[in-house]
Write a protein that binds this ligand. Structure first.
Ligand code: ADP
Ligand code: MG
Ligand code: ZN
Length: 474
């Protein structure tokens, strides 16, 4: 029997607020343990939560970017469970009235796109972190109370590649609208795939397994592919899948049982009596809608249409808002999209990468970069020379024109000067000239090479080539 894979995803994204979801503690990553805590996030008796308005705004903006309906009346709920990193004995989350519902996000696999339905997105607080050391287990509550948005899809994905593409699109969107830093290593974006198999052609859902807290694209792909194989084997041998939560074991390259799956009723959800229903006015929603600019996929399509760029280029350039902005700033100054795109994707990104810098803090402004490419376009220098001097342009503050003058890199394009070079070469190599005239056209390469040499590499090779041809045919 052949099986179809069915996957739905739960993603936790950490919202980029300055302070936590229900108290004023900072959310900065990596500070000494328990230095960012207060009675509220420590769960001390009698401490009361206050909703972070910024977090609500970010959740609404996320919902709007994902084409969701935003709930005007929201209720926070207690999700009760015991764990050492959860001092209150419950997590404040949302249950039957989430802030966003019924949206979609597009993914792309093998050149075709597909809409994945978003079931819901709700606000909640993060738990702390347990650290297991030799001396015993410790709890760090710096992360406790950090605002999260949990984004849950319908079971619409069918392969690991679709999941990875969905995740990339989601990460791009969240970073574009500035609600999440997208840093997967630091856990700002964590993903839990739910995966089941069913006989090909069936409409019913099979029993699913949830894969817990995976924080890299590679691990997501590996874990899903492993799990597909495992379930195929179990079902193929006539066995049944147990509904459970499994962990991805990076070292062994396999999933392992973490716990049997808990049901919603195990959590004894109930409205948090400390928090009144959160009312979001239509007016506020519209204000927030106005802050959402063009999203990555739309911008990608516009780059194809308006600049005539290949799909690959548009994908790279729109992968970050800063890079897309930079590109557009360049094109506004100089209408040569493909020349600019090529240069940004190679030299520019390489130089930034080597310096460990971001596009935002690039020392080369669009003006200076365009200045360099203009010299290429008007034949003052070759593209090769432009690439060679780019590191200097990057490191200093001189303009490209200054650098070219100082270093004497101006390309020789003057026809009169080039012709006198060419005539010298013709005079000194009568044998090759005769060969060329006799029909051996490849000899032109040799002759051009000689002229280039004489010019100290500065002659414009295309022009030299063209001039040789007219000279030798006359
Ligand atoms: P739970 O209550 O166990 O968390 P939900 O019904 O809330 O389960 O769904 C959680 C996620 O699992 C959603 O993304 C959903 O699309 C996905 N999902 C639900 N059932 C299945 C299934 N049988 N196979 C694959 N994914 C599923
Ligand atoms: Mg779940
Ligand atoms: Zn606090």
């Amino acid at each position: 029997m052949t099986f179809e894979t069915v996957i739905g995803l739960e993603v936790h994204a950490q919202l980029r607020t300055q302070s936590k979801m229900f108290c004023g503690c900072a959310t900065e990553f990596g500070l000494p343990a328990n230095t960012q805590t207060c009675p509220v996030c420590l769960g001390l008796p009698g401490a009361l939560p206050v909703v972070n308005k910024r977090a609500v705004e970010m959740a609404v903006r996320t919902g709007l970017a994902l084409h969701c309906t935003v709930g005007t009346t929201n209720q926070f709920a207690r999700k009760n469970y015991f764990y050492p990193d959860l001092p209150k004995g419950y997590q404040i989350s949302q249950y039957d009235r989430p802030i966003c519902e019924h949206g979609w996000l597009e993914l792309q696999v093998n050149g075709t796109s597909k809409k994945v339905r978003i079931r819901r997105a709700h606000l909640e607080e993060d738990a702390g972190k347990n650290i297991h050391a030799d001396a015993g287990s410790l709890v760090d509550l710096n992360r406790a109370g950090t605002p999260l948005i949990e984004i849950v899809t319908e079971p619409d994905m069918r392969s690991a590649d679709e999941v990875v593409s969905y995740l990339k699109s989601l990460r791009d969107v969240l970073m574009y609208i500035d609600v999440c830093d997208g840093n997967m290593e630091q856990g700002s974006l964590r993903c839990e795939p739910n995966l089941s198999l069913r006989p090909a052609g069936s409409d019913e859902l099979g029993t699913k397994v949830e894969l817990k807290n995976i924080n890299s694209f590679k691990f997501v792909k590996d874990a899903i592919e492993y799990e597909i194989k495992r379930q195929t084997k179990v079902l193929g041998e006539g066995g049944t899948i147990v509904q459970e939560t499994r962990l991805w074991d990076i070292d062994r390259g396999q999933t392992a049982v973490m716990r049997s799956k808990e049901e919603a009723h195990d959590y004894r959800y109930f409205p948090d009596p400390d928090l009144v229903p959160l009312v979001i006015s239509e007016e506020w929603i519209e204000e927030l809608r106005a802050t959402i600019q063009e999203l990555p996929k739309d911008r990608h399509r516009r780059f194809l249409r308006d600049y005539g760029l290949p799909d690959y280029d548009a994908g790279v350039l729109t992968s970050s808002r800063a890079l897309a902005d930079y590109f557009e700033a360049c094109v506004t100054l100089f209408a040569e999209p493909k020349l600019i795109s090529n240069f940004l994707m190679s030299e520019f990104l390489r130089e930034l990468h080597q310096a460990g810098t971001t596009v935002e803090s690039s020392p080369v402004s669009p003006e200076r970069l365009v200045g360099l490419l203009q010299l290429v376009r008007d034949d003052t220098i070759s593209l090769k020379v432009a690439k060679e001097i780019f590191p200097e342009l990057y490191a200093g503050d001189k303009s490209a024109a200054q650098l070219v003058e100082e270093k004497g890199l101006r390309q020789l394009s003057d026809e009169g000067e080039l012709l006198s070079l060419i005539d010298e070469v013709i005079e000194q190599h009568p044998a090759q000239v005769a060969q060329y005239r006799g029909g051996k056209e490849t000899v032109i390469g040799f002759l051009v090479g000689q002229a280039m040499k004489r010019s100290g590499g500065k002659a414009n090779p295309q022009k030299v080539n063209a001039l040789f041809k007219t000279r030798l045919s006359s």
